[in-house]
Design a protein around this ligand. Sequence first.
Ligand code: ADP
Ligand code: MG
Length: 300
Amino acid sequence: MSTILTITNLTKKYGLLTAVNNLSFTIKKGNVYGILGPNGSGKSTTLGIALNVVNKTSGDFKWFDGNVTTHDALKKVGAIIERPNFYPYMTAYKNLELVCKIKGIDTSKILEKLELVDLIDRKDSKFQTFSLGMKQRLAIASALLNDPEILILDEPTNGLDPQGIHKIRALIQLIASNGTTILLASHLLDEVEKVCTHVVVLRKGEKLYSGRVDEMISSHGFFELKTEDSQKLVSFLEAHPLISKTVKKDDMVTAFLKEPISASEFNKQLVNSGIFLSHLVMRKESLEEQFLKLTDNTSA
Ligand code: ADP
Ligand code: MG
């Protein structure tokens, strides 16, 4: 799989403040990446550096195989890192025509892109009549005019109503399904969970996690168990191949799962070993709990 962007030990300081701290990650072709972190965690700064609008302090980034200059590489990158801004009195179509003229690309794709973002019926409406969601979709059409390898979006659903949010997320998935790699920054966990295949979690400019979204959320949960003979239970759990960790507190035993198993199957195994429970609850930390734990200042 070919590499689109490689970021290596990137650091950005604003005076005494370290906005991005020794950050490394790789963007491969064909995936949808999220940079996830609370406000101020360095998401926009990271995107800005890769797009050459913010100067790095140290470290490196390289586009594609590293054999093209950033200037040339950015011709194959579509990015929206600010609020969409077009000429208010001009129509959607005319605005995109102007973008083509400025960027030196031909106008042949305008209708196709307006169709893609579901604005074809509004192509002759003035930009100022558009809702924020429509403006954002027009910006996406604009960023796609030259069929970039990667589309970069900074908080693409900020400020939109639920319908607008849904539309943008569906559009991002549609664009990705057409083969365009996507990198988006978001402070919304559920956005990343819904839209992205891969995630880089940032806190105060530092990477806490990077990898597949489904692996981040694939904690299989744990059982809360009570029985009269806790010692026998703990011995059973410690020898069990699917249990990664056992914690006993008062008369409650918590058993963390390495792999999924149903509560009834687990209970059957216990009964077969002569262990009879007075309490059995299967629990799973929500992704939100995991994320909050991950980005909590006091942990990690
Ligand atoms: P995010 O996009 O995750 O909200 P940013 O990258 O915008 O985070 O900001 C990271 C940190 O850098 C924040 O503490 C922010 O206040 C600071 N910062 C961003 N831009 C500047 C700037 N131009 N001058 C000084 N500090 C900045
Ligand atoms: Mg930001």
